[in-house]
Design a protein. Structure first.
Length: 161
């Protein structure tokens, strides 16, 4: 470290050391789309049918609305026992994203309908969207190879064929 400090300056060395510690810890710095919040019940229940979507992708009001209608969860009965539902709801609310100004009082229930999602995915070609490997816009794992681990960063993305 002394060699680098004498050559590049102490503040630059501290910055590099700090960045290296983030890389070693496995935190993606490139675009910040790595989510670490986890809960065993959420992972097991939500992840049994689809990627357990990171709570930060929707505001608390949206998660509450989703959890209140699990018997009609996008055409499927995803009902769970009341205790587990309370635990998962509390986890989702505690780790939810910030509510943005919306034009409607009705909470957005589909992540794919949020302005953030649409902005992040606007460069995807119609050909890719129609690919048989992509079941729907909600099929994160079709492009994000580490989505199940909460990593939606550019470095783990691949275009489906």
């Amino acid at each position: 470290m002394k060699f680098f400090a004498s050559r590049f300056g102490t503040s630059r060395c501290a910055l590099v050391a700090g960045l290296a510690s983030f890389v070693v810890a496995g935190v993606a710095l490139a675009d910040g789309h790595v989510y670490t919040a986890t809960n065993p019940a959420w992972k097991a229940e939500c992840g049994s049918c689809h990627v357990a979507y990171p709570p930060a992708l929707l505001p608390a009001a949206s998660w509450r609305a989703l959890m209140m209608q699990l018997d009609q969860h996008f055409g499927t009965d995803a009902s769970i026992d009341a205790k587990t539902a309370r635990e998962i709801t509390a986890f989702l609310e505690a780790n939810a994203g910030r509510a943005r100004k919306e034009t409607s009082a009705t909470p957005v229930l589909r992540i794919t309908e949020t302005r953030w999602f649409q902005k992040e995915h606007d460069e995807i070609s119609a050909r890719t969207r129609r690919s048989p490997a992509v079941k729907s816009a909600a099929d994160c794992e079709a492009c994000h190879t580490q989505a199940a681990q909460g990593d939606f960063s550019e470095r783990t993305r691949r275009a489906p064929r």
